[in-house]
Write a protein that binds this ligand. Sequence first.
Ligand SMILES: [Zn+2]
Length: 300
Amino acid sequence: MLVTMKEILDKANAGWYGVPAPNVGGEREARAAIEAAEELNSPMILDVSYNAHPDLVFLGSYLTRLADQSTVPVAVNLDHGGHASIAQLRDPITALRAGFSSIMVDRSMFPFEENLRMVAEIVPIAHAVGVSVEAELGHVGEGANADATSVLTDPSEALEYIERTGVDCLAVSIGSAHGAYAKNIIPKIDFDRLHELKKVTNQFPLVMHGGSGTGDENIRRACQEGINKVNLCNELLQAAANRLKEADLTGNGAYALFDILIAGWKDRLMFQIENMGAAGKAWATGPKGVRTDVQTTMAE
Ligand SMILES: [Zn+2]
């Protein structure tokens, strides 16, 4: 069932576990992610990079349909929400139109007040149509040069940011970085900062970006100690590539190409569902979008 990310993360927050958010670019990964969640009875968040597909409305139409057909709660989230440029509202608004149940509005490249103002503008629009919003405070950089581009989240700013923007969850920068890490180094996660962030926000749902390559033990501990969503892309693709290296694709073996890739991708995701503590955490979902406060009438 398609649900908002807020529903998934409020429960994960109360239960001190994390839910994986794999980047999906199309139907194959989406189906594999949902199958993985169903096999482990876990909630699932399909993260869609704003530049993963040339037509977000088309992508949204079938991702939300796949989510709706699932027996476990599935959110469809726009990851990062496009570059803040002249078209800064284009991608989040397109995602709303496409039926996504959650959007990220990442303005973490701007100073505090500007970031806050831009996110606060979009939150009421999303909430009006039942869509949850993720934003980022501090800045998660790129793995190859994380030290140069990352800005760790300042706990003293977090509560004010949450209250004034009205967001439903907050991506924080505590030592992870996007993409592969330089020389495959396992990063040092600032657990003290995570504890402080969880405390000063009165236990608010927190998100880790750049989960790939961050270390299985780091991810497991981060989810036990306050992270509720972990974005994954690179390590799932690496797992797919590794599975392919072991395969024999000669002759008619080539027919199995996509199945082999997806099997490697899905197995790694299933590991992370368990590692983050999300296995067994799915719940029964009811019908959505039915207003019980409206008395319907017909008149001519
Ligand atoms: Zn990210």
